[in-house]
Every structure is written in structure tokens, then in C-alpha cells.
Design a protein around this ligand. Sequence first.
Ligand code: ADP
Length: 191
Amino acid sequence: MVNIILFGPPGAGKDTQAGRLVEKYGLNHISTGDIIRDEIRRKTALGRSVEEHIERGELAPDAIVIDIIADYLAGHDRCRGNIFDGFPRTVPQAEAFDSMLADRGLHVDMMLSLEAPEEELVARLLLRGTSSGRADDMNEEVIRNRIRVYERQTAAVAHHYAAQECHIPVKGVGTVDEIFCRLCTHIDSML
Ligand code: ADP
């Protein structure tokens, strides 16, 4: 079973590329952002407890997100592989993830890290906000805060996996097809 982290700042294109990778390689896709938004929509206890964090562009608490992943792994122990999108986003999440995988005799096979300049990220997210209806994509201040949160709390996760020699930076600028090709080249060389 292969486990791939699709990494990068908000707006780097993780969701778009994850959808295509899932189709091409027959992997499962798990997006903690999608799960959290669904919980908020359904007004569950979990959703209500994280709603304010998300509206401000802050992260949900580690314990909540780690539980989401633990549930996911428990229900997907026989699949071909997984693409983790938006997780792990902090070093404690990465450490918990590594140990959950290790308990199953697994590890992170590669972290594909999409890179794009901040102004491009902001422009993409504002554009997405006009069609997605996501409140955190409509306000430039919240978008810039998410990018600051990424730099402050999430970027270190790349160093964590660089130390395990599975971090691969990928240029996230160009057409969707070009970026997809770059990602596939790395995955093909691993499989
Ligand atoms: P994006 O990558 O475009 O910011 P996501 O859909 O991945 O969007 O996440 C939306 C929001 O959900 C994040 O800004 C954050 O508040 C919350 N979230 C998602 N994944 C995590 C995580 N692993 N840890 C903490 N918060 C998370």
C-alpha cells in the first residue's frame, strides 16, 4: 500500500491534482479540509468545535484532526494506496501519523510538495472563492492569514519528511496538465 502526502500552501493546487491522481492510479483520496467542512455543514459537535478556527484561517486542533485520520486508516486497511491532502499540517500531526502508519507496518512513501509564489496563491484562492462559496476563500485577509499559518506551523512538516528522504518539491506553476505530468513522473519512478 502506497501512502503519498500531497503538500503545499493553500491554493497550491492540491485538490485539483489529487482528483486526477486518484483517477490515474486508483488510489483513495482523503482531504481533512473536506471532512472538516462536511462536519461544519452538518453542524455536528466536531464541526461546531472547529468552526471558529476555520473562519479565521487558523488550523483545527491537532487532536481532532489526528482522530479523523485514525478513523480513516481503520476503515481503509486493504486499499491500493492513499493520497493525503491537507494532512499532516503540523509536526505533531506528522509524528502521530508516522506512528499510526508504523503500527500497520507502513510509512509515508513520498511527500509531493507543490510550490507557487504567494501572489499567485492569493489570486487563485480569490478566484476559487467566487465559485466555491467557501467563506475562507472570499476574504483576502483570511487568505493571507492561512498563508502565514502555513509558513509558521506547516512548512516545518516538509523538513520532517526531508529528514526521512521522501520530500519532493514540485513546481506548482504552469497549466494543470503540466503540473500533473510533473507529479506523475515522480510517482511513476517510485511505483
Ligand atoms: P486549503 O489547503 O486550501 O487551505 P483545506 O481544504 O485543506 O484548504 O483546509 C481548509 C481549512 O481546514 C484549513 O485552513 C484548516 O483550518 C482546516 N484544516 C484542514 N486540514 C487540517 C489539518 N490537518 N490540521 C488542522 N486544520 C486543518
